[in-house]
Design a binder for this molecule. Sequence first.
Ligand code: F6P
Length: 334
Amino acid sequence: MAKEIKRIGVLTSGGDAPGMNPAVRAVVRTAAAYGIEVIGIRRGWQGLITGDFVKLTSEGVGHTLSRGGTILYTARSEDFMTEKGRKRAVGTCKVLGLDGIVAIGGDGTFRGALELSRLGIPTVGVPATIDNDIGCTNYTIGFDTACNTAIDCIDKLRDTMQSHERCSVVEVMGRNAGFLALYVGIAVGATAVLVPEKELDFEKDVVERIQASRLAGNTHFMIVVAEGVGSAVEIGHRIKEEVGLDPRVTVLGHIQRGGAPSARDRETATRMGFYAVKAFVEGHSNSIICTQEGEIVEIPIEEALAMKKTLQMYRYEVMEAMQIGSHFERPKKK
Ligand code: F6P
C-alpha cells in the first residue's frame, strides 16, 4: 500500500517561466483538497540545501495566477551538483518531514529530481521553460507567453522598420533549440528564420530570401534568429556585407521570460500542478507530468529524461511557403 502523504515540498528551479506561479498555486490547492500540507522551498535546489522555506496555504497563493516570475524565487544551484549538497538537501527533507517534492523547471531541474529520488526522496517534475525543449512533453509552461511577448515586440519593431524601409534582425531565446524562434517567425511572417536545428546556408537562408522578398515588392525585412544559431549582431554584419542593407539588430533577451502568463500557460500549469499532487496521492512518484496531444501523461523520470524532441521541420517549410514567390519542387509522380 502506498505510504500516506502528509506534507510535500514545492520548488521552482532554473530559468523562470511565466506560469510557474499558477503551477505552485495548483500544487498548494490540490494538496489542500487532499489534506496535505505544502512547504514552499525558496531558490530552487539551493533552498533545499540551506533550509530556505515558507509554509504555503491556499489563501496565501491567492492572486498569484496572473503573476509572472516565481513567488518562490529560483536559482541554478551548483552546490546541488555535488554529493555533499544533495545529502544536505535530503537532511532538510527529513527535518521538514517532507514525503516528496514537486520540482517545477526544465531539464536541469529534473536531473536534480532524479538524483534526489535516488537518495530516497520521492519527486515529481512539472516542465516549465520558455524554450519548450523538454523531450518527454509536447509543451512546457511558459512557452506560449514567451512567444506572445516576442510577437508583441516584433510587431512594434515592424512598424518602425516599415517606416524606414529597413531590415530588422531579432534574436530570440531558446538556448540550443529553435522552437521559440520558429513559432514566433511564423507568427510574425518573418522574411527568414534561423534555427540551430538546421545548418545555416547564409546564401539560401538569408540572402536569397531577402532578394525574393524584395522582388515581391517588400521594402522592409524581418530576420528572426534563435540564440542557439549564434549572435544576431554577426548575422546583421553579414547582411550588411553580403546584401548591402543596413540592418538594425535587437536582442529581445530576458523580457521574453517576464509578463503575466497567457491563458494556455495558466490552464496547462494548473492541470500539471493538479496531476503532480495526484501522482503522490496515488503512490506513483519519481515521474514527470507531461502533455502529449494536449492530454496529461505521467512518465517515469529516467525514461522521460532519455526522450528526445526535435523541431518539426515541416513547420520550417510552412514558414518558407509563406513568402510570396516561394518555389517548392513538387514530388515526382510515380
Ligand atoms: O532556459 C531558459 C533561458 O531563458 C534560455 O532561453 C536562455 O538561454 C537562458 O535561460 C538564459 O539564462 P540566464 O537567465 O541564466 O541568463
